[in-house]
Design a binder for this molecule. Structure first.
Ligand code: KG4
Ligand code: ZN
Length: 351
């Protein structure tokens, strides 16, 4: 039985995993704490992790009907993420593993996102028997990645954002529109009642042959658009139309490039995870275009799209099963730890 901790950004989470089953997955979000600043404040996030970590871990063990004596391993997110926030979780995991005499496994946060679409059901279990090679879109507040998952624990990044992440773009444009933080979910709700063709915003890099993304130009074009039309966003109908039009631009770029990459690489399955994959427009468009192109689509459950320790624990358990050695107890966290080439899971996993 494995205890997993996740503290890479503004969610403090602990999960208990046993044999591919998620026995508990407790997540506390700090959204309200950061809302008044309009974004995650790293120092506050770290203090909040320190405050929440042990209660969250205790609650996860209680939910699982387990105690620390039942544990056989400890896993924690090692990177990428906010450096001090990562350190809070990883050093706690180091201390716990040291005190209990258990092996410690540092897990790459992005790599864990790749496997969250393969966790499902109630209660949640890993569904690796259904696993197939796939093209994975990871879209969050900090990252936008297209990853070719060639086999379990074997993947290569084929595209990434050159500037802002998709979630950052949602949040920054929401701020320009006067919406509360985090703007993504609010914009999504307003977009549902607006007209996506009302305003024409750019689709950056849509037709470029590579699979990278760029969202900062879209944000700037919305800013110029609003500067020329002061007060427009105060009109409720125009605001909804603006939200729908912005969402349509972001979603089109994400979906078209994802589906094109899958087709070019001959991949039959597309997956998506990360906070932005909760977006209803993205889920709908991915479903429609994948169906149109005969691609199978696996979206992470909405409660597993955002950061959670269940995906960290499920991946760690899978890696252990594949023969992965524990992380040395004195290793540091790596805030910028990328999916390649420094991935932790053995010879198959060389990016
Ligand atoms: O994965 P996540 O919880 O945290 C990290 O950034 O790692 O993602 C949070 C991001 C925020 O930018 C938030 O606005 C965005 O995901 N988000 C959404 C939606 N739900 C969350 N963006 C668009 N539509 C949504 N429904
Ligand atoms: Zn994440």
């Amino acid at each position: 039985m494995l205890l997993a901790l996740e503290t890479s950004c503004d969610e403090t989470s602990a999960a208990v995993i046993h044999d591919g089953r998620v026995l508990a997955n407790v997540v506390t979000s700090q959204i309200r704490l950061h809302a008044e600043y309009g974004g995650v404040v790293p120092e506050l996030a770290t203090r909040e992790h320190l405050r929440n970590l042990l209660p969250v871990a205790r609650e996860a063990l209680q939910c699982a009907g387990a105690t620390v004596r039942d544990l056989t391993a400890v896993a924690a997110t090692r990177g990428p993420g906010l450096p001090a926030a990562l350190m809070a979780g990883f050093t706690s995991a180091q201390a716990l593993a040291f005190a209990l005499g258990l092996p410690l496994y540092g897990v790459n946060h992005h790599e864990a996102h790749l496997y969250s679409p393969w966790i499902g059901g109630e209660p949640a279990v890993a569904q690796f028997e259904q696993f197939e090679p796939n093209l994975s879109l990871i879209v969050s507040g900090g990252h936008t990645l297209l990853v070719h998952v060639r086999a379990e624990l074997d993947h290569a990044v084929i595209g990434a954002t050159l500037d802002d992440a998709a979630g950052e773009c949602f949040d920054k444009i929401s701020k320009l529109l006067g919406l509360p933080y985090p703007g993504g979910p609010v914009l999504d709700r307003l977009a549902a009642e607006g007209k996506p063709t009302a305003y024409d915003f750019p689709r950056p890099l849509l037709t470029e042959p590579h699979f990278d993304f760029s969202f900062s130009g879209l944000k700037t074009s919305v800013r110029y658009f609003l500067e020329k039309r002061p007060g427009l966003a105060d009109d409720p109908k125009a605001l909804r139309d603006l939200c729908a039009s912005v969402q349509a631009a972001i979603v089109e770029v994400l979906v078209v490039k994802t589906v094109r990459a899958a087709r070019q690489l001959g991949i039959r399955c597309v997956t998506a995870s990360g906070g932005v994959s909760c977006n209803s427009g993205l889920r709908r468009e991915l479903a429609a275009r994948c169906a149109h192109r005969g691609l199978r689509l696996r979206l992470a459950d909405k409660n597993l799209c955002t950061d959670n320790a269940a995906m960290i624990g499920i991946l760690a358990e899978r890696q252990i099963r594949a023969g992965r050695a524990p992380t040395a107890g004195d290793q540091e966290t790596l805030p910028g730890w990328s999916l390649e080439p420094d991935t932790p899971t053995g010879p198959a996993n060389q990016g």
